[in-house]
Ligand binder design. Structure first.
Ligand code: ADP
Ligand code: ASP
Ligand code: MG
Length: 425
C-alpha cells in the first residue's frame, strides 16, 4: 500500500462542521485503499489569537514561551479530528511533533527540521491506523518545543512525506495540501477574482512565488518538495473531487508565457540609512550587525555616491514582525555608521511577477515598469532574480498595480475563482 500525506490548514478546520468535513476527506482517501498520514494546523485564527493573548500580557514575550503557547493550537486540532474520525468508525491516533520525533534546530519560532523519526508513525500505519500529526511544531534534542514559523504546517507535511520516501522509495504517492482555494492561481484569487487556476506549476516558480508573498504555500515546504522530488498538490477541502494544482519538477519543453504568476506582499517595511560614508566595509558592518540579531533582509539598494559629501544611502526591506527588534538596535547602527538619519517606511507593498519564461526574454522588466507608469504608480525600489522582478510601491497602489499587471501579462481569465470563506476588506 502506498502512503498519502494530507495536510489541512486552519481555514479547513475552523469549526466543528469543518472538522467533520475534514474527517470525511481523510476517510475517503483511506477507503480508496491508501495508508493515510494527516498533518493539521490550528483551527481558524487560533494562532493569531494566541499571539494577541501573549501581547496582552507582555510586550516582549520570550521566544521559548511563545513556542510553548503557539504549539497548543495544533494540539487541539489533532485531538478533535481524531475523535471525528473515530465517530466515522475508523482507527486513528493523534501525535504531537515531539511524540512523532520531528527533530528541529534549537532556534525558537523559525526552527528548521533536522530529522524525522518515522518508527512510531509507521508502527501505527502498519497497524491500520490513520495518524493525525500536529503540524508547525517540533522538538529539539534537549526536548524543547519549537515552532517552524507562520504557515509552517505545510513544511511539516512535506518533510514527513520526504523522509518516508527517502527511507522507502516508492512508499509515498504524494503530499496533498488542502486549503480554502481550489488550487494555485496566477495571483491571489481573493484579490483578483478573475485570476486563472493553474493545472500545474514547477517547483522553481512556486518557490519563487511563495518567497515573494503568495502565502498559499510555505516556501520551505516547496523547497523540501523540490529537494526530495515529492509530488505535491494544492487542492480544496470543500471540493474533494477537484485535483487542484500539481507542483512538479518536470517543465514543458518550451515556455511560451513569460510570466506565470504575481504576488503582493504587504508584510515588509523599508529602512533607509541616509548618508553613510562611502568607505569599504560599511555595508559589511551594517549587514553583519543585522545578521547578528537574526534580522533577515530582502531587497537591498545602495545609491550612487554623491561627490559633494562622499556618502551613500543604503535602503533595504525587513519583515514587519522584525521592526521592533530593528528599532532596538538603531542606536548601535548609528554609532557604527554615523548616518544623518535612519528612515523607516511602513507604507509599502512589494509586487512581484514570476515566470521561468522570462529567462533570456528581454523587455519583461520594461513592460512591468511601463504598466506601473501608465497607472501613475511610483516605484520605490526594484529587485530582480532570474525568474522574478519585484517592485516596491505605496500600499494604496497595491490593488491597482496588481490588476494592471495581471492584464499586461495575461494572468486573468474567464473563470471566476471559487474561494470559500469571507472575502477580506
Ligand atoms: P491554510 O489555512 O489552508 O493554510 P492559507 O491562508 O495559508 O490557508 O493559504 C490559502 C490562501 O492563500 C487563500 O485563501 C488565498 O487567499 C491565498 N493565496 C495567495 N496567493 C494565492 C495564489 N496564487 N493561489 C491561491 N491562493 C493564494
Ligand atoms: N498554525 C500556524 C500558523 O497559523 C501554522 C500553520 O497554519 O501552518 O501560522
Ligand atoms: Mg497556510
Amino acid at each position: 500500500m502506498t502512503i498519502i500525506v494530507q495536510k489541512f490548514g486552519g481555514t479547513s478546520l475552523a469549526d466543528v462542521e469543518k472538522i467533520k468535513n475534514v474527517a470525511n476527506a481523510v476517510v475517503r482517501e483511506k477507503k480508496l485503499g491508501n495508508d493515510v498520514i494527516v498533518v493539521v494546523s490550528a483551527m481558524g485564527h487560533t494562532t493569531d489569537n494566541l499571539i494577541k493573548l501573549a501581547h496582552e500580557i507582555s510586550d516582549h514575550p520570550s521566544d521559548r514561551e511563545m513556542d510553548m503557547l503557539m504549539s497548543t493550537g495544533e494540539q487541539i486540532s489533532i485531538a478533535l479530528l481524531t475523535m471525528a474520525i473515530h465517530e466515522l468508525g475508523y482507527n486513528a491516533v493523534s501525535m504531537t511533533g515531539a511524540q512523532v520525533g520531528i527533530l528541529t534546530e534549537e532556534t525558537h519560532s523559525k526552527a528548521r527540521i533536522v530529522d524525522i523519526n518515522t518508527n512510531k508513525l509507521l508502527e501505527h500505519v502498519n497497524n491500520g491506523e490513520i495518524v493525525i500529526v500536529a503540524g508547525f511544531q517540533g522538538v529539539t534534542k534537549e526536548g524543547e518545543i519549537t515552532t517552524l514559523g507562520r504557515g509552517g504546517s505545510d513544511t511539516s507535511a512535506v518533510a514527513i512525506a520526504a523522509k518516508l520516501q527517502v527511507e522507502n522509495p516508492g512508499s509515498v504517492e504524494r503530499c496533498d495540501i488542502y486549503s480554502d482555494v481550489e488550487g494555485i492561481y496566477t495571483t491571489d484569487p481573493r484579490v483578483v477574482p478573475t485570476a486563472r487556476k493553474l493545472k500545474e506549476i514547477s517547483y522553481e516558480e512556486m518557490l519563487e512565488l511563495a518567497r515573494v508573498g503568495a502565502n498559499v504555500l510555505h516556501p520551505r515546504s516547496v523547497e523540501t518538495a523540490k529537494q526530495f522530488q515529492v509530488p505535491m498538490r494544492l487542492r480544496s477541502s470543500f471540493k474533494l473531487e477537484d485535483l487542484g494544482t500539481l507542483v512538479i519538477g518536470v517543465e514543458k519543453m518550451e515556455i511560451y508565457k513569460p510570466v506565470t504568476g504575481l504576488a503582493c506582499d504587504k508584510s515588509q517595511v523599508r529602512v533607509v540609512i541616509c548618508d553613510v560614508p562611502d568607505r569599504p566595509g560599511n555595508a559589511g558592518k551594517l549587514f553583519s550587525l543585522l545578521a547578528k540579531y537574526e534580522l533577515s533582509v530582502d531587497m537591498i539598494i545602495q545609491s550612487y555616491a554623491r561627490s559633494s559629501n562622499n556618502t551613500n544611502d543604503i535602503a533595504f526591506t525587513i519583515d514587519k514582525d522584525d521592526l521592533s527588534k530593528f528599532v532596538s538596535i538603531k542606536d548601535e547602527i548609528t554609532s557604527i555608521l554615523n548616518p544623518s538619519t535612519v528612515h523607516i517606511d511602513e507604507d509599502i507593498a512589494k509586487i512581484s511577477i514570476v515566470g521561468a519564461g522570462m529567462i533570456d526574454r528581454p523587455g519583461i522588466a520594461a513592460s512591468m515598469f511601463e504598466t506601473l507608469a501608465k497607472e501613475a504608480i511610483n516605484i520605490k525600489m526594484i529587485s530582480t532574480s532570474e525568474i522574478k522582478i519585484s517592485c516596491l510601491v505605496e500600499k494604496m497602489h497595491a490593488k491597482q498595480a496588481t490588476e494592471a499587471l495581471c492584464k499586461t501579462f495575461e494572468l486573468d481569465g474567464q473563470d471566476v475563482a471559487l474561494v470559500h470563506g469571507t472575502l477580506p476588506e
